[in-house]
Each structure stands twice: as C-alpha cells, then as structure tokens.
Design a protein around this ligand. Structure first.
Ligand code: SF4
Ligand code: SF4
Length: 354
C-alpha cells in the first residue's frame, strides 16, 4: 500500500533538512484480501500490532508534537477493530487525519462495508479513504463501486474518497478508473486546475493521485525504471518525515517503496519511545543522511564508489533508494532484501515473539 503522498510539511519546515517526523501511520496488519503483482509489502506476515501498543505510541507521538495520523497495510480493513480504536484515540488527542489506504474490495457486501465505516465515523475519523484502482489490483470495479457507494452513504461528504493508481507515467494506466466512473455513473476527466485526474459523480468528487510504479520486490520484472533521467531532490517530503509502524512494531521513516527493507528500520515501538525514534532516525547512517543531505547526495556517493553497478539513470526516487540498499551500494548499511535476497518470511511469530 506504499505510496508517495502529498507533502504535509509547511514551507518553513521544508527548509529545515533533518528527520523531524510530523506524521504517524500504522500498518496494524500486512494481511490482505488481494495479492497484487506489484505489492511491495510482505503480505505473508501474519503479525498484528496489538491495539494497546499502538495507543501508547500514538500518545507519545502527540506529546512530541506529531500532528497527522494515517493508516496503511496490507489492507487496513481486514483488522477493523485496530483502525477504529486507534482512530478514536487519535480524534480524542486532536490528531489531523490523513488517508486510510484501502483496496476498496475487502467487504463481503455493502452492509459489511457500511457497518465498518459507520464505526469509523463514530470514532471521529475525519480523513479520507484512499482507494487504489489500477490494472495491478486483481479485482473488478463492481466491488470497488460498492465500497464507494457505502462510503458516500455513511459519511455524507463528497470529499471522503480519493483514488490512487500506479503506472509508469501520469497519463497511463487509467483504464480501470474510467471503468469505475462508468460503474458509478460519473465522469472522469483531467483537471488543469488541480494537475490531476478527477472522478465526479452526483455525490462524490474524487481526485486521483498518481504513484510512480516502482519495480521493486514482487514487481522487479514488471517494468524497467531506468528511464534515462535522474530524479530531482525532493527531500522525501511526500512519503517521508513519518513514523510508519509495521505489524511487528518496527518503525520506518517513510512509506516509500523501499521502506520495508530492514535497512530503513529506525527502531521498534515496543522498545523505543517516539522521542528516541526521532533521535535514532537522525543518527541512522542512511536515514539521517537522506533527510539531512538528500537522496542526491546518496546518489553521488553511489556513482562515485560503484559507478559500474548502476545500469543507467532513473527519475524514480524510491526505486533508486531500493536498488542502492538491496545491492549494498549505500555507505554505512549492509546490502540485502529484494528478490535477490530473502525479504519475505512465512508463518506466525516470525520475529520470535508469541
Ligand atoms: S491491495 Fe495493497 S497491500 Fe494488498 S496485495 Fe495489493 S498492493 Fe499489496
Ligand atoms: S527514497 Fe527511500 S527514504 Fe526516500 S521516501 Fe523513498 S524509500 Fe523512503
């Protein structure tokens, strides 16, 4: 469910280059009802983050000044009690809600979707439901349209839903979005004003965010990301400056496509407080450098030390990050992970905990 989202930092904050998270997002589970070919998270894990562990960390984040709260996965709604309980505490603590990223096809029917979403509304959730719709998600548009109708009926606000799609470029991979528009009786058009596509129906207005398809993990063979252009520095502001907590309690600094690599773990909520995790992120040999000096500085080091190991240029930040980390090209961190390694494990309690 990783995606490079819109930046949440202010212009002033963007000028300060260091790891200073303002966003916490929980993947209570990596389990999912789908198995997409481009998925970059280990959906084989059966771990679930216990609600009390998440609530304690959420409170620490608030004390630290973190303002935004989101949910990701796996499919967050296969563990609905986690999402609802954490959202309820988040609302009470005054968090601003970001997206809950969902495939919109987890429900057994419209009544099931409405029951879970009504619980979320009752918990005080005021964010958006970000539905992933593209050719990589192996599900028809009928259940997704059913989910959209359920959300519209429960929340009764036209901006409750947003869409996202993964493709090699912004204007490719729109077929399923057009089909969804047809299914909902709406229109799907490019907005010059917003610089993105919009799906509009009588009661919903959904923007569609493009995710630059990163051929990592299962998707390594789906496309080539060496497109001959080098990325520009963006300080990882969209997906980064975050505490992303996975089902094992491990904390990552971003929801970029490389973030499930062990090399981007900055600690664990079972062992470290939010304050310690911010400090550990700044002191981390790779994470600290990405947020302090930028990914371009990492690229320069990689090209200087391992020129022949890089087959070309890529405009995809997270793909480069993943490539450098899995191949052991970045200074200070070991290379491992990806399909060239053993990034997935199977069975319950794979981290040795009960
Ligand atoms: S819906 Fe998301 S989490 Fe589930 S398999 Fe697809 S990409 Fe992975
Ligand atoms: S480039 Fe790396 S550190 Fe930055 S957002 Fe992507 S995965 Fe995260």
């Amino acid at each position: 469910m990783s995606e490079r989202g819109a930046g949440r930092a202010s212009a002033h904050e963007r000028r300060r280059h260091e790891f200073r998270p303002n966003y916490v997002s929980f993947a209570g589970t990596y389990q999912c009802n789908l198995a997409c070919p481009h998925c970059s998270v280990p959906i084989e894990w059966r771990d679930r983050l216990p609600v009390p562990v998440a609530l304690r960390f959420l409170e620490e984040c608030r004390e630290l000044g973190v303002e935004w709260l989101g949910f990701t996965g796996g499919e967050p709604f296969v563990y609905p009690e986690f999402v609802i309980d954490v959202a309820r505490r988040g609302a009470a603590l005054g968090f601003r809600f970001d997206k809950i990223v969902t495939n919109g096809a987890w429900q057994s029917g419209r009544a099931h979707a409405e029951t879970v979403l009504a619980g979320l509304l009752d918990a005080g959730f005021t964010g958006t439901l970000g539905v992933s719709v593209d050719r990589f998600h192996p599900v028809g548009t009928a259940p997704v349209a059913e989910f959209c109708r359920a959300a519209a009926a429960v929340f009764r606000r036209d901006d409750v839903l947003a869409l996202s799609y993964a493709s090699p470029s912004r204007h490719e991979g729109l077929e399923k979005l057009r089909l969804l528009a047809k299914e909902l009786g709406g229109a799907f058009e490019w907005s010059e004003l917003l610089g993105r596509y919009l799906l509009v129906t009588d009661d919903l207005s959904m923007t569609a965010s493009w995710n630059h398809l990163a051929p990592v993990e299962r998707a390594e063979d789906l496309a080539s990301a060496w497109d001959g252009r080098w990325f520009e520095e963006d300080w990882c502001e969209g997906p980064g400056q975050a505490f992303i907590v996975n089902p094992r309690g491990e904390v990552k600094p971003c929801c970029g496509f490389a973030s499930d690599l062990d090399q981007l773990t900055i600690g664990n909520v079972r062992e470290h407080s939010a304050r310690e995790l911010a400090r550990r992120g700044r002191a981390h040999p790779y994470v600290g450098k990405v947020f302090r000096e930028g990914l371009v500085a990492i690229r320069e080091q990689v090209l200087r030390d391992h020129k022949n190991a890089v087959p070309g240029a890529t405009s995809n930040h997270c793909f480069f990050c993943w490539f450098a980390l899995t191949r052991g090209l970045a200074e200070g961190v070991p290379g491992r992970g990806g399909q060239i390694g053993r990034w997935c494990t199977e069975g319950p309690g794979t981290d040795g905990r009960p």
